[in-house]
Design a protein around this ligand. Structure first.
Ligand code: SAH
Length: 395
C-alpha cells in the first residue's frame, strides 16, 4: 500500500479526525498511487495517521476512512459501515408516516463520497469519489441484503464528480427500474417523486421536520411558499389548516409534480395557487399589487457554494429576505432557510437583521431550524452542517 506523507505541521486536522487531506498538506516526492486507491497517510515523522482513499486530481487528495491501524478497510469494513448507518435510521424506517429517508450521508456516516436515499421501495445512490466508485458492487450487494429494495438506481450526475475526474453516471444498479413517477410518503402526506429526472436525488427529505414545524403555525393563515419544488411546505401547510397557499417555483417539472401532489392528497385545487416564476420578480410583483401574507416560506437553492462566494451570497439572501419581510403584516411569520454550508447560523442571523433594517421592520427570531436526524452532523466534520433556518416574527 502506498504511503502519503504529510508536510510538517499539516497533520493536526487529520489527527483530530477531520476526514479531508487537502493537496497543500501533502509532502512532495514519493510514488503517487492511482486515483481511487486505498493509501496510508503518515505524518512527517512517518507515524501512521489513518487509512484513506486517494485522488490526485481532487482538491481533497485523500478522504480519510479509518484511524485504527489494525482495521485497514476491506470489503467487510465497508459492509459494517453501511450496516451501522442503516441501523441508526431504524426508528425512522419504522415510522408509518414516512418512507423517504437518507440512509447514508457521506462523511457524516464515515463513508465519504457515498450518499444513499430510500424512496419507498427503491434506493437512490450517489457516488462522488473514485474510491467509492471501485467498491460500488459491494455497496449495492450490502444494500440489497439489508433492505431488499425493488430496485437500486444510481444518480451520480452531481458536479462533485467532475472534481474527482469522474464522468456523470446514472442508471440501474440492480433490480427494477423505478417508475417515472414513484409514490412516496412523508409526514403522512403523499408525493410523486421522479428519481430519474428530479432535482438532487428526487426529493428534499432534509426539510421533513422543518415542514412540519413551520406548518404548525399555518392554521387559518394565508401562506406563500417560495422555491416550493414539489410542494413540501405547501402541502404540510394545507394539511394543518392554512386558509390559502400560493406556491412559487421557476421549474416546470416542480410545478408538474406539485399539481399531481395536490390531487393525490385530495386537497381542493382552489386552496392552492401555483405560480411558475422567478421568486425575486414575483415578490416584486406581489409588492406592487399590494398583496399581503401571514406566513412566508423562503427556501432558496444554495447561494454560496463556497466560502469565496459568501459575501455575494449574503447580499442575495439579504435582498430576498427583505422582499419577503415587506409582504408580511404585523405579527406575520417568515420561515427562511439557507442550505449553504459556508453561511453559518451566526452570519445568517446577521443577514436577517440587515434585511429587517432595510425593510424598516423590527423582527424576532422565534425558532431555529436545522437538519434532521438522518442528516447528522459529525463532530469532527463541521462542514457537514449545511441546512439552517429561522422563524422570524414581524413586530
Ligand atoms: N422547498 C422545497 C425545496 C426547494 S429547492 C421543498 O420543500 O421541497 C430550491 C427550489 O428553488 C428548486 O425547486 C428550484 O427549481 C427553485 N428555484 C431556483 N432558483 C429559483 C428562482 N430564481 N426562482 C424560483 N425558483 C427557483
Amino acid at each position: 500500500m502506498h504511503a502519503i506523507k504529510l508536510k510538517k505541521g499539516k497533520a493536526k486536522a487529520a489527527y483530530q479526525r477531520h476526514p479531508w487531506v487537502f493537496s497543500g498538506a501533502v509532502a512532495d516526492g514519493g510514488k503517487r498511487p492511482q486515483n481511487g486507491e486505498m493509501v496510508q497517510v503518515i505524518d512527517d515523522q512517518e507515524e501512521f495517521v489513518a487509512y484513506g482513499l486517494y485522488n490526485g486530481q481532487s482538491r481533497v487528495t485523500v478522504r480519510l476512512l479509518e484511524w485504527d491501524v489494525d482495521r485497514c478497510p476491506d470489503e467487510g469494513w465497508w459492509r459494517m459501515q453501511i450496516q451501522q448507518a442503516v441501523k441508526a435510521r431504524e426508528p425512522l424506517l419504522r415510522s408509518p408516516d414516512t418512507d423517504t429517508v437518507r440512509l447514508i450521508f457521506a462523511e457524516a456516516d464515515f463513508l465519504p463520497g457515498l450518499i444513499v436515499d430510500r424512496y419507498a421501495n427503491f434506493l437512490s445512490v450517489q457516488v462522488h469519489s473514485s474510491g467509492v466508485e471501485r467498491i460500488k458492487q459491494v455497496v449495492t450487494d450490502e444494500l440489497n441484503q439489508l433492505l431488499r429494495p425493488r430496485g437500486i438506481y444510481e444518480r451520480s450526475d452531481a458536479s462533485a464528480r467532475t472534481h474527482e475526474g469522474l464522468p456523470a453516471a446514472s442508471g440501474i444498479l440492480s433490480g427494477e427500474l423505478p417508475p417515472e413517477w414513484l409514490e412516496i410518503k412523508e409526514n403522512g402526506l403523499r408525493y410523486q417523486v421522479n428519481i430519474i429526472e428530479g432535482q438532487k436525488s428526487g426529493f428534499y427529505c432534509d426539510q421533513r421536520d422543518n415542514r412540519l414545524l413551520t406548518a404548525s403555525y399555518a392554521r387559518g393563515k394565508r401562506v406563500l411558499d417560495c422555491f416550493c419544488y414539489s410542494g413540501g411546505f405547501s402541502l404540510n401547510a394545507l394539511a394543518q389548516g392554512a386558509t390559502s397557499v400560493v406556491s412559487v417555483d421557476s421549474s416546470a417539472l416542480a410545478m408538474d409534480a406539485l399539481k399531481q401532489n395536490i390531487a393525490l392528497n385530495g386537497f381542493d385545487e382552489n386552496a392552492l395557487k401555483t405560480v411558475q416564476a422567478d421568486v425575486n420578480k414575483q415578490l416584486r410583483r406581489f409588492a406592487e399589487g399590494g398583496e399581503r401574507f401571514d406566513l412566508i416560506v423562503l427556501d432558496p437553492p444554495k447561494y454560496a457554494p463556497s466560502r469565496s462566494s459568501l459575501e455575494k451570497a449574503a447580499r442575495a439572501y439579504k435582498d430576498l429576505n427583505r422582499r419577503g419581510l415587506l409582504l408580511l403584516e404585523q405579527g406575520g411569520l417568515l420561515a427562511t432557510f439557507s442550505c449553504s454550508a459556508a453561511m453559518d447560523m451566526g452570519t445568517f442571523k446577521q443577514v436577517l437583521a440587515w434585511a429587517a433594517l432595510d425593510a424598516g421592520k423590527e423582527i424576532q427570531f422565534v425558532r431555529q431550524f436545522t437538519q434532521p436526524e438522518d442528516h447528522p452532523i459529525r463532530a469532527s466534520f463541521p462542514e457537514g452542517e449545511y441546512l439552517k433556518g429561522l422563524l422570524c416574527r414581524v413586530l
